[in-house]
Design a binder for this molecule. Sequence first.
Ligand SMILES: [Zn+2]
Ligand SMILES: [Zn+2]
Length: 154
Amino acid sequence: MEKQLCPCQSGSVYEECCGLLHQGKQVAIKAEQLMRSRYSAFVMHNVSYLQATLHPSQRQPDDLLNLQQTMETTQWLGLTIVDHAETDDEAEVEFIAFYIDKPIGQLHERSRFSRQQGQWFYVDGEFLPPIKLGRNDNCVCGSGKKLKRCHGQS
Ligand SMILES: [Zn+2]
Ligand SMILES: [Zn+2]
């Protein structure tokens, strides 16, 4: 199999990045790492990983259905971590996950994470307004092309 760059845009190959977490070979040391691996799991339609990393107090009976619906209707383009603050067992990560839409869709969220018995979990998040994207900025997909020549084409 060809080596695939990790969807979280870390620049590492998938097997040495989020793949380690998805396959249970490693646990996330930092909440940011868990955040990235959850984004990658979204891109790769890994529902069981998303469920396993959701805080037990937040699990709902219809999670599975909702997740599958979101995955089928959303084509993710890239991830930007805006900010993160962590202690040993609590963390907040602000990120933007971009998806295909006209104009480009943004899930801009400040997420809360909590660590229990060495394992980070996603707790919940607060939605924030989309940021302004410049047409001459680099495209959010990481292609290195300008937005207007890539996914920002109208
Ligand atoms: Zn990754
Ligand atoms: Zn692009």
